[in-house]
Design a binder for this molecule. Sequence first.
Ligand code: NAD
Length: 302
Amino acid sequence: MNNKVVLIGCGNVGMAYAYSLMNQRTPVTELALIDLNTERVSGEVLDLNHCNQFADSKMKVKVGSYEDCKDAKIVVISAGANQNVGETRMDLINKNSQVFKSIIDKVMENNFNGIIIVATNPLDVMTYITLKYSNLSPTKVIGTGTTLDTARLRYILSEKIGISTNNIEAYVIGEHGDSEFIPWSNASIALKNIKDFLNEAEMTQIEEEVRNSAYEIINKKGATAYGIGMCLTGITNAILEDKNIILTVSSYDEENEVCFGGPTVINKDGVKEKLFIPLNEEETKKLIVSIKTIKEAINSIE
Ligand code: NAD
């Protein structure tokens, strides 16, 4: 079976993804690495292949080229600038949209017909421009969206309440950025509303903590990597194993003509269905603001 993945951008995020694939029973059979820094890529390939004896995965890792896109099932893009201390994700917009134009052109010149997963920030903008530059079907362009933010939320709730992350039905939705929010009104554990477990002040504090997680990590260690690496692995496996699982990825919404994060069913075709959580009035306003933020950012691209 050919389950080839091409990874474009082998920095902190890209290599955390590659290493987490290596550590799981992923169906990926081959991983082709591409980066402008070719010397680093050849070093990363050697280092990863040396995991083989101890790895659950028998995935082959190699130095890739854009020709690898011809028969790849998935292309993952984590190339481009990351946030410096004090920068927001939106500050990266012009640098990374240029990087993306050159990358997507090369991917599509090689008749790629699989699924693209985008991790680069500003995430929802990069997902949207990937869709536009590639001309792929909207079901085949997926951004990591608020998967990482949702994972952070579930971790914090799990620690506080003492119930596994798997049994917490709570999501972060909207922009993967400062306008993201938690629709608490329908968050639940074992069909009980989250309000049975937390008071308003705790919810506000948790939402702040989730929103500021990336800033805190960047201040302390310069970049975030493991969390997003695992999210990318989760999305990859959901596609290759045709899982039909719900993840808060970013995908195209026809009504608003933009990509944003929300619960989405993922399977072998990519996006099977974008689901919408019932929102109260205040939450609806927050979603409108978040969508507007993404749209304005897209319109601002030079
Ligand atoms: P990094 O600087 O460590 O790595 C980026 C890599 O991209 C570098 O190795 C660079 O050589 C490569 N690159 C740049 N232009 C390229 C091109 N045209 N072709 C091929 N490779 C190219 O950055 P990082 O920390 O890995 O972050 C990557 C991106 O992921 C950033 O935009 C960051 O903000 C984003 N990110 C997203 C999430 C998320 O939740 N989606 C989480 C963390 C980071």
